[in-house]
Design a protein around this ligand. Structure first.
Ligand SMILES: Nc1nc2c(c(=O)[nH]1)N[C@H]1C(S)=C(S)[C@@H](COP(=O)(O)O)O[C@H]1N2
Ligand SMILES: [Mo]
Length: 320
């Protein structure tokens, strides 16, 4: 595939927008908005901003203490202002742009090899699920990492709810497609919508988590509201955001990054410090919000929970 515009993770991190430029711009835009608000009397703008999330009463969810961290949580202000969400731009400072994401009404579909294909409203779905909080690490393939308190429910619960046929082998998850709302999707050389997938065994693993909130609140848009995946033993790009479609199939999907750069990104994408990316080392990671580098752990430290999934699969490219 021809890439006219290489993804930002192909440029070194030091070339990304410096923090102070972004912060100043945000301050400036904030002041502008405030000014405009007072000029027009404030009502429309203020009212729009205050619409509460319809699931706000569910947070904070009770923490599941079984999921422990070996490091401090990333500061909320750091995690909220450094995001990959190509639908809103191929750089990290997309939080402002992502405010365009319209998260209600939001419908999720269950398709393919299921007892019956159907659609469900996001609020019905979230309220049908047992919400909990889990502290997870997240390791991006670009060699930075964070640790955040996600809220949500086990992906296994969603699979049960969807009632797949026993012949289903993979679960494919897709992001919305709406280039008017998400300007990044006007870049036609990317294979929209963003598509990811897991084997059914991976999807049923206890670590696979559907995220609906973070830091004790409903999920802010830049994190992939209202519903995103967290599979913390895999590189971050597997954790697809703003999901609208769950499709059960017996064919392995070709995922978004795999379509763009198959020599560098594969289906499995399990974290492994010993297998370098073709263009950089994966041995260590920069901890978001600090200037520290720490060694990267095999399966991002989750080997005890997931290594068995890959027994006897040495022929597969498990670590890209
Ligand atoms: N739909 C969609 N999902 C996505 C991405 C994206 O660009 N679009 N980026 C991925 C990558 S590369 C990473 S590292 C994580 C980033 O999640 P965060 O912004 O919550 O840290 O989201 C993943 N999910
Ligand atoms: Mo990433």
């Amino acid at each position: 595939m021809l890439i006219k515009n290489p993804p930002s993770w192909q440029i070194p991190e030091r070339e990304a927008t410096p923090e102070h430029v972004f912060l100043n711009r945000r301050h400036f835009l904030g002041a502008m908005a405030g000014g405009a608000t007072s000029l027009i009397g404030g009502s429309a703008f203020a009212a729009k901003k205050k619409t509460p999330d319809p699931t706000a009463d569910l947070y904070p969810a009770k923490r599941n203490e079984a999921f422990e961290l070996d490091r401090p949580l990333t500061k909320e202000s750091d995690a909220s202002s450094y995001n990959n969400f190509y639908e809103f731009g191929s750089h990290k400072r997309i939080a402002m742009e992502a405010r365009k994401l319209k998260i209600r009404p939001w419908t999720v579909s269950f398709e393919g090899m299921v007892e019956q294909e159907r659609q469900v409203d996001i609020d019905t779905l979230i309220r049908a699920m047992p919400l909990q909080e889990r502290l997870y690490r997240m390791r991006c393939v670009e060699a930075w990492s964070m640790a955040v308190p996600w809220s949500g429910f086990a992906l296994a619960e969603l699979v049960k709810y969807a009632r797949p046929l026993s012949s289903a082998k993979y679960l494919v998850m897709q992001t919305f497609l709406d280039p008017e709302m998400a300007p990044g999707q006007k870049q036609v050389w990317y294979p929209w919508p963003y598509t990811e997938g897991l084997t059914m065994a991976e999807a049923m693993n206890d670590l696979s988590f559907m995220v609906t909130g973070v830091y004790g609140k409903p999920l802010p848009k830049q994190y992939g509201a209202p519903l995103r995946l967290a599979v913390p033993w895999k590189y971050g790009f597997k954790s697809v955001k703003s999901i609208v479609r769950f499709k059960f199939t017996d064919k392995r999907p070709v995922t978004y990054w795999e379509q763009i750069l198959p020599s560098e990104y594969g289906f499995w994408a399990n974290v492994n410090p010993e297998v370098d990316h073709p263009r950089w080392s994966q041995a260590s990671e920069r901890v978001l919000g600090t200037s520290k580098r720490v060694p990267t752990l095999m399966y991002n430290g989750y080997g005890a929970q997931v290594a068995d999934l890959y027994k006897g699969m040495q022929g597969e490219k498990l670590f890209m």
